[in-house]
Design a protein around this ligand. Structure first.
Ligand code: PHE
Length: 454
């Protein structure tokens, strides 16, 4: 059988739009609304935003194309896909490392993603109960510190979020979720616009925009560049097999190039809107932009607490954020679950339970890194910070380099060209040069710089 006619045993998207929706659902998540603003705050604002956008355009889009292309050609789990493609290109099976490291990264990321997903869940109830009615910045900050200070509370919400994730994964993703996302993602988008509208009334909108968009190059450092690049990988879900496995369900005649651009654009717009909604409130309430992972949980409640209909909007917003997190969390564990099914003949339910239990246990490290174990650090980082650093800043970029090298150097040009279905020769040449030279070299330099070698 011709390799490009192969089908995944796990299924196929019903159309190009279903794929765009599912991939956008995976990409748009806590990374955009929770992580992007606090990283921007911690890294001094606009310079970070600029590097982020440049990384998305020059590394993110070409790599997303490469990752979808590998997935569609292999049509299997990331590990098996790399095995098949290594055979096809007559190279060493060591390339399977892309699949292994990606599958592991997905599990590691989900272990802490679930903890933050739990915060979102808790905040739905807090908002609905009116905790933030008329709230000041101080009240929101205090509420948040009491919340994360309790190891038992976080344990409970992390467990609840993990149940939600594994429930969907166990049942298979297609049916309900795809349909739900179709309505919920646009609603999230509209609510974000509404939040931006509210931010305009705070009197600090201009200051927020300046903070985000007036570049100050003196703030650029090796670490901030690494964070911006890591965030681009994280937010686009690149370098870890998620996009690869979603790519393996993509219909044959779909244009990978335009699809990747749409997904990356949607993802970036949501992140920028989140920044525009949050920073004016940060300045209006005298909060610290660099206050870290709690940023949106300390700012948005103030906005909701002080606007008309805030009780409803607040609860709705956290519900939608939960959905955004949910559509991403299921994709994080998909490579591991399908791998267990393929290799151990487990049922999907069993595979989901095993993966869920291991990930949940690991997540306890993050749960307690905010309270009981806060003093326990490794290289100066808490367990959560360490996990996040190793996955976003090391594993995903390294996975990205390997994917770029494989697609750019090892696969035959005729094969990548056929798979990408780019008819314009110049566009293809640009893509090929980006993945052969620019992406691997750029990522490598940033990595070396950040570990202090360069
Ligand atoms: N991209 C998701 C987000 O922004 C997180 C994610 C990372 C999902 C990697 C899948 C794979 O929240």
């Amino acid at each position: 059988m011709n390799i490009s006619d192969r089908q995944s045993i796990h299924g196929q998207w019903s159309s190009r739009w279903t794929f765009i929706l599912a991939a956008t659902g995976a990409a748009v998540g806590l990374g955009n609304i929770w992580k992007f603003p606090y990283l921007t705050g911690q890294n001094g604002g606009s310079a970070f935003v600029l590097i982020y956008v440049v990384c998305v355009a020059t590394l993110g889009i070409p790599l997303m194309m490469a990752e979808i292309l590998l997935g569609r050609r292999g049509r299997s789990t990331p590990i098996r896909t790399m095995q098949i493609l290594a055979e096809e290109t007559n190279t060493t099976q060591w390339w399977q490392i892309i699949g292994w490291s990606g599958t592991l990264a997905g599990m590691l990321i989900l272990s802490y993603y679930s903890v933050i997903g739990g915060w979102t869940l808790a905040y739905i109830f807090k908002s609905a109960a009116g905790t933030f009615s008329g709230a000041s910045g101080q009240l929101a900050t205090d509420t948040f510190s009491i919340f994360i200070g309790s190891g038992t509370t976080l344990f409970f919400w992390h467990t609840a979020f993990m149940f939600l994730t594994m429930g969907v994964v166990a049942g298979g993703v297609q049916g309900g979720l795809e349909k739900a996302v179709q309505i919920l993602m646009p609603t999230l988008f509209i609510l974000l616009l509404l939040m931006v509208g509210y931010s305009m009334t705070t009197g600090f909108f201009g200051k927020g925009l300046t903070f985000l968009f007036t570049p100050d190059f003196s703030k650029i450092s090796g670490t901030s560049m690494l964070s911006a690049m890591g965030q681009a990988f994280f937010s686009l879900s690149l370098g870890m097999g998620t996009i690869m496995i979603y790519g393996s369900y993509v219909p044959k005649d779909t244009s990978i190039a335009s699809t990747s651009i749409i997904i990356a654009l949607a993802d970036t717009v949501v992140a920028l809107l989140a920044g525009m909604a949050i920073f004016p409130i940060v300045f209006a309430t005298n909060l610290e932009p660099g206050s870290g992972p709690g940023l949106i949980f300390q700012t948005l409640p103030v906005a909701f607490g002080n606007m008309t209909g805030g009780l409803a909007f607040g609860s709705l917003f956290f519900i939608l954020l939960l959905v955004a997190a949910w559509t991403s969390s299921i994709s994080l564990i998909e490579p591991l679950v399908t791998w267990l099914i393929e290799n151990f003949g487990l049922t999907r339910i069993k595979a989901a339970i095993y993966s869920g239990v291991v990930t949940w246990l690991l997540g306890l490290g993050t749960v307690w890194s905010f309270n009981w174990w806060a003093g326990l650090t490794f290289f100066g980082l808490t367990f959560f910070d360490l996990l996040d650093f190793v996955t976003s800043n090391l594993m995903l970029p390294l996975g990205g380099i390997l994917i770029a090298l494989f697609a750019g150097w090892l696969m035959k040009a005729e094969n990548t060209k056929a798979e990408l279905r780019i008819t314009n020769h110049t566009t293809y040449v640009i893509w090929r040069n980006l993945v052969r030279y620019i992406a691997p070299v750029a990522v490598f330099i940033v990595l070396l710089n950040a570990v202090g070698i360069l």
